[in-house]
Design a protein. Structure first.
Length: 313
């Protein structure tokens, strides 16, 4: 794939902006929890239903009746239901749950451990030992999580045990969310797969909590704007920007630029909510986020080394 300097810059910008929007979604969520008095269940219901409705509406404009083609094959039906209920709903409720019991920065960073879960799963499924880069990423992820959650003291937990457990579940579900729909994404576009996934996840959450049941929250103007920010900026805008970045520069590079997400979540959280984010937090966060770079760049280093060896011989 040939890229001009302008097209590469455009792809890098869109990927980064998508990551920033994702980070803002978590920050808006923290505002709704701490100031508005809402909970993760309510926000997940509203986010999935609203975003699913909008994405399917855009798909109808773009694809017409083909939007419903995903419901013609039994295997597609089964997979989209699993994706919507376990992938979409599961990821969203655990992500926001971790934020509710800690903060946006912590919830976002812990979820990045999902990238390590993915490579380990792929290695196990292929019946091979993890590569050295994958082992290094695993060690950094575990070490980073330990530092982030304890600040180096095994007798102290910086945030609640509930937040840690929910965050780790969120990371595992994020891995499932990333791997499970691969076959469907080859058959349908991301708009239809994610649109139906969000709608199904939202319908599941609807039976748990209806959007008009605020659960003790106060839906004033600021909370309305924060909710709109979660749906439009943190879901729709982030999705379209990131996927356009993937189209231009490829997923391996796009994921690197989108890694600005946890940094954005930390900075915005410090400035907005005055999160006590110290040196040990930065170290732990850097170790976890570095796993994305190791996993993404390792194949490039290997290919470059192989090409060099071929050229020499």
């Amino acid at each position: 794939m040939f890229l001009t300097k302008d097209s590469f810059a455009k792809g890098a910008f869109l990927s980064s902006f998508g990551g920033i929007c994702w980070a803002l979604s978590g920050t808006f969520g923290q505002y709704l929890f701490e100031v508005g008095g809402f909970d993760a269940i309510w926000l997940t219901t509203v986010r999935l239903l609203a975003a699913g409705f909008i994405m399917l509406g855009v798909s109808l404009i773009k694809n017409g009746k083909a939007t419903f083609d995903i419901w013609k094959d039994k295997r597609d039906i089964f997979e989209i239901i699993v994706y919507g209920l376990l992938g979409m709903a599961g990821v969203q409720i655990t992500y926001f749950g971790c934020i509710q019991f800690s903060n946006a920065a912590t919830g976002t960073i812990i979820q990045y451990i999902g990238s390590v879960v993915i490579v380990l799963y792929v290695a196990l499924r292929a019946f091979r030992l993890p590569a050295r880069s994958e082992v290094a990423a695993l060690i950094l992820a575990i070490g980073g999580l330990f530092i982030l959650s304890t600040h180096g003291d095994i007798h102290t937990l910086v945030f609640s045990e509930k937040a840690l457990i929910i965050g780790l579940v969120s990371a595992c579900l994020m891995a499932f969310y990333s791997l499970q729909p691969r076959r469907m994404l080859k058959k349908f576009d991301t708009l239809r797969v994610n649109g139906w996934g969000m709608m199904l996840g939202g319908i599941l959450m609807f039976f748990i909590r209806q959007p008009w049941e605020l659960g003790g929250g106060t839906l004033d103007l600021k909370c309305v704007l924060a909710t709109v920010g979660v749906v439009l900026l943190g879901t729709i805008m982030s999705f379209f920007c990131y996927m356009e970045g993937v189209r231009i520069i490829g997923s391996d590079l796009a994921v690197l630029y989108a890694a600005v997400e946890p940094l954005t979540a930390a900075v915005v959280g410090i400035l907005w909510f005055h999160i006590p984010w110290g040196f040990m937090d930065w170290i732990g966060a850097a170790m976890i986020v570095s796993t994305v770079f190791i996993i993404s760049l390792a194949p490039r280093w290997a290919n470059k080394k192989a090409i060099t060896k071929e050229g020499v011989s």
